[in-house]
Design a protein around this ligand. Structure first.
Ligand code: PHE
Length: 360
């Protein structure tokens, strides 16, 4: 038995003296590994007399278990110490001032911030939805009947059909989030939806991926006058000048009546000036967004009673509004990832848009 006691003392002190995980593992192998001292002792059991085996068997087993437990305990102490050391050496002081000599906010982010600030002031909350949509949310629930030509207008990107033959799509507009919100939230609803949208199209004013911001208001009393007021106020706040708007009748499957809204602008040389500039209102009209009263079928598709609930929706292109406000000539440059362009058109990440000190 003294042999066992000796082994125990020897390895117990080696384990507690081990100062790192590699060192600890070397001790474990020396004691409990295949050719370790304890394992070799256990192999001698076969040659022992039955009586001796009865005593030595359990004793050696206990030794093995005790040492294994000590190794485990030491291991967790060492791991804890390693973690604490890493935490201490890798700590970042988040209260240090940010280095701002490099990096700018992309104009799309800036403009989305500006829009969110203006609509927040009008009581809108931000909602989001997935970029990859099903046919139901992108089309059917929005009152596009199956096979309706309006589906083709959108130049949709389809994904490979799944096992049921259903094709998911890259959402062609942010309107599916109208459906998701009405199906998951009780009215009153007052949301904006900024996000990425996709259509198979590319030229100076179109990119396959672009950004939209959607608006949706649902309650029992909101009417077209509210829609007009909301968008008129938005345009003047966004362009930071007086902006005259007009509404023209239009068609969308998911609104009735539907309208397109134009803003007055002037062309000064190569530049486009929205609204009033130097005290003079522009003399031309430019189409800027689509809108309308939410179609009764859409309300029904979302489980809302159109005799009880009503409201408006609108959708506009964020990138295009950014181009108009900040004078970028080609939409495709926005997503080319050219550092020089970003340096020129980018915004300071520290100057947050707000209505009190100015949007931009
Ligand atoms: N979803 C429409 C589009 O992408 C815009 C729109 C939204 C029109 C909401 C009316 C109401 O063209």
């Amino acid at each position: 038995m003294t042999n066992i006691d000796n082994l125990k003392t020897k390895y117990a002190s080696a384990i507690s003296a081990a100062n790192g995980l590699t060192e600890l593992d070397a001790v474990r192998v020396a004691a409990l590994g295949k050719k370790g001292e304890v394992s070799l002792q256990m192999r001698t059991l076969g040659q022992m007399s039955t009586d001796k085996k009865k005593v030595m068997g359990p004793a050696l087993n206990a030794l093995k278990n005790d040492l294994a437990a000590l190794v485990e305990a030491r291991k967790s102490v060492l791991e804890g110490a390693a973690l604490n050391a890493a935490l201490a050496s890798e700590m970042l002081d988040m209260s240090l001032p940010v280095k701002t000599d490099t990096g700018t906010l992309h104009p799309v982010m800036q403009v989305m911030e500006e829009m969110a600030v203006i609509f927040a002031d009008q009581g809108f909350a931000v909602a989001e939805g997935p970029d990859i949509e099903d046919d139901f949310h992108n089309f059917t629930a929005l009152n596009f009947p199956p096979g309706h030509p309006a589906r083709d207008m959108h130049d949709t990107f389809f994904l490979k059909p799944n096992e049921n033959g259903d094709k998911m799509v890259l959402r062609t507009h942010t309107s599916p989030v109208q459906i998701r919100t009405m199906m998951s939230q009780e009215p009153p609803i007052r949301i904006i939806v900024p996000g990425r949208t996709y259509r198979c199209d590319s030229d100076q004013t179109h990119t396959p991926m672009f950004h939209q911001i959607e608006g949706l208001v649902i309650d029992k009393t909101t009417h077209m006058g509210h829609l007009k007021g909301c968008l008129m106020d938005f345009m003047s706040a966004f362009f930071e000048t007086d902006v005259e708007v007009r509404f023209r009748p239009h068609h969308f499957p998911f609104t009735e009546p539907s309208a397109e809204m134009d803003v007055r602008y002037a062309r000064v040389g190569d530049e486009i000036r929205i609204g009033s500039y130097n005290g003079k209102m522009g003399d031309k009209w430019m189409e800027i967004l689509g809108c309308g009263m939410v179609h009764p079928n859409v309300l029904k598709n979302c489980g809302l009673d159109p005799d009880e609930y009503q409201g408006f929706a609108f959708g506009m292109g964020v990138d295009r509004l950014a181009m108009l406000k900040y004078g970028m000539p080609d939409l495709r440059d926005m997503f080319a990832g050219d550092g020089r362009w970003l340096e020129h058109y980018g915004f300071s990440p520290l100057l947050q848009a707000n209505l009190a000190t100015g949007l931009s």
